[in-house]
Write a protein that binds this ligand. Structure first.
Ligand code: ATP
Length: 248
């Protein structure tokens, strides 16, 4: 359902991505891992349309989306969360979810023009159901930026789900979470895949989480794919071990 084809990207003299190619099958959980600076976030930005690639193509359900805006990609069913959480911090938890729902249904909007008080009960109750789904309904009226990090990450996932995605990009969703929160997150990601039949691409440094939930793993090192395999095979792959340990 997603093909990353020969993608390259440089920042000045830094080659962040070099001819990166791999594919995602529908409804799989696919992890993108690699040491710091390997190019993972750059690739997530290119897939979601925040960053332009120098060369290559991204094909989503058979359509080349490389020239589409991030907004258009979101409307096509591509949703994401960010390494450095990006919520509408001054809006409530429920309003953040409602914005996700709005993105799905409208061609474009100006944030200041949103009038939450005019939102119908049906929409609101669907928003609250989504909050229940990510275990945040008790926080619905709170200002998003006041939530602890773990709950802000759940809210980002909830907002992404509110756009009714086919492909969910999760960029380091476990960063800043404790062991219990990480375990809950791992269960939530698997539940989302099973119940929403959504395809998930996850960038994550927590190897226990990655190995526990992924169907396939692609490993980047210095902007290049060095391995693509199942979790069990990746753990034994000498190129991957050496990339992480920095030695042969
Ligand atoms: P981490 O695991 O630390 O988040 P990463 O694998 O996500 O790392 P990227 O953030 O994609 O790696 O960075 C890849 C390379 O590109 C790094 O050398 C980084 O310094 C560089 N880079 C990324 N974004 C920019 C930018 N906007 N301008 C200049 N260099 C950049």
């Amino acid at each position: 359902m997603l093909e990353i084809k020969d993608v390259s990207k440089s920042f000045g003299g830094i080659k962040a991505l070099r001819n990166v190619s791999f594919s995602l099958r529908k409804s799989e959980i696919h992890a993108l891992i690699g040491p710091n600076g390997a190019g993972k976030t750059t690739l997530m930005n290119i897939i979601s349309g925040i960053e332009k690639m120098d060369k290559g193509d991204i094909v989503f359900n058979g359509i080349s989306i490389k020239d589409f805006s991030a907004y258009r990609r979101a409307q096509m069913g591509l949703a994401r969360t960010f390494q450095n959480i990006e919520l509408f911090g001054n809006l409530t938890v429920l309003e953040n979810i409602l914005i996700g729902m709005y993105v799905k249904n409208h061609k474009g909007f100006i944030l200041s023009g949103l009038n939450f008080s005019g939102i119908d009960e049906k929409t609101k109750s669907r928003g609250i159901s989504l909050l229940e789904y990510v275990n945040l309904s008790h926080r619905k009226g709170e200002i998003a930026k006041n939530l602890p990090v773990g709950e802000q990450r759940l809210l980002e996932i909830g907002r992404a789900l509110a756009t009714d995605p086919q492909l969910l990009l999760l960029d380091e969703p476990a960063a800043g979470l404790n062991t219990k929160e990480t375990k809950n997150l791992s269960e939530l990601i698997q539940k989302i895949r099973n119940e929403w039949e959504v395809t998930i691409l996850i960038v994550e440094h927590d190897m226990e989480l990655v190995m526990g939930i992924s169907d396939m793993i692609t490993v980047l090192n210095f902007g290049e794919v060095i391995a693509e395999d199942t979790p069990i095979a990746i753990q034994k792959n000498p190129h991957v071990i050496s990339a992480y340990l920095g030695e042969d």
